[in-house]
Design a protein around this ligand. Structure first.
Ligand SMILES: [Zn+2]
Ligand SMILES: [Zn+2]
Length: 279
């Protein structure tokens, strides 16, 4: 039976822990046994014509949502990401509210969000919290995917002669997709083609997609990259590419149609955690 006094799950019946590389949800010990259905997983209710009908018990709903969350592959680091008041502050206030509203009133085919801003301000934390909400509030199938991880998996898939559809189709078909670190990497023709395939398919089927990116649509706020050649005498080159310069106008215009662009600025949260910030 769910217990509001359970300190491990705070009465939610679910705990999420880092396991290996992903955040893994399990049913809390306090809720493994269900006193409502006594283990049957369904309950009998009456419909309008006063006939007995079987209805899925809440404990079974919880099990389904645990499975959906675990299939979403949220990185272990973000196992504690939630859209609850304790995680909202002055720095993320507006973006936090936008995600909270979308999660609360989510309907299939809702417009997505492209969350832009410098590294370390909590973009991935926010989208991981959003994913938790739509899975456990609505039972929506979702998938978390960071761009460099996807490209890496594709490359090793080619080496094993695996068709790329095996990796790409689930990303095209899932109801809600979170794409982390859009435009990171070299963005060569092959990489952009992969992105274009996923984005175009989702655009055409009006599926909700959430993106994060260090690149913004403004020169003043986009990521500044300093690159020095191999030779010590080489001069440092400074790049200030905007998102459209990184992904090209075709992908960019799709993104504009699919998503609201939201800027998240503020202090670098990794500094607060005592972790070094890459220069
Ligand atoms: Zn518990
Ligand atoms: Zn039950």
């Amino acid at each position: 039976m769910l217990s509001g006094s359970c300190s491990r799950c705070q009465g939610k019946g679910i705990v999420v822990d880092p396991m290996g590389s992903t955040a893994t949800a399990t049913i809390c010990q306090c809720s493994v046994r269900c006193d409502v259905c006594r283990g049957a997983r369904f309950i009998i209710t009456r419909d309008a014509a006063r006939r007995d009908v079987a209805q899925r018990c809440e404990c079974e709903n919880r099990r389904l949502r645990v499975r959906i969350y675990n299939e979403a592959q949220v990185p272990a680091k973000f196992h504690g990401a939630r859209l609850d008041e304790t995680q909202r502050d002055a720095n993320n206030f507006d973006a936090f509210n936008i995600f909270t509203l979308l999660a609360k009133d989510y309907r299939r085919h809702d417009r997505g969000i492209l969350l832009m801003g410098p590294p370390g301000v909590g973009k991935t934390h926010l989208v991981a919290g959003f994913l938790y909400e739509i899975v456990f509030r609505h039972g929506i199938p979702a998938q978390f995917q960071d761009v460099s991880g996807l490209l890496k998996r594709l490359r090793s898939g080619y080496a094993r002669d695996e068709p790329e559809e095996l990796l790409i189709d689930p990303l095209i078909n899932v109801e809600v997709l979170v794409v982390d670190e859009l435009a990171k990497g070299r963005n060569n023709a092959w990489e952009l083609n992969i992105l274009d395939t996923i984005i175009s398919h989702r655009y055409n089927s009006r599926k909700t997609t959430i993106f994060t990116s260090n690149y913004t649509d403004q020169r003043a706020s986009t990521l500044v990259e300093r690159v020095r050649g191999k030779d010590r005498m080489d001069e440092e080159r400074v790049f200030r590419d905007t998102l459209v310069e990184r992904v090209g106008s075709r992908i960019y215009s799709r993104l504009k149609e699919m998503c609201d662009f939201v800027l998240l600025e503020g202090a670098d949260r990794r500094e607060w955690n005592g972790e070094p910030v890459p220069q």
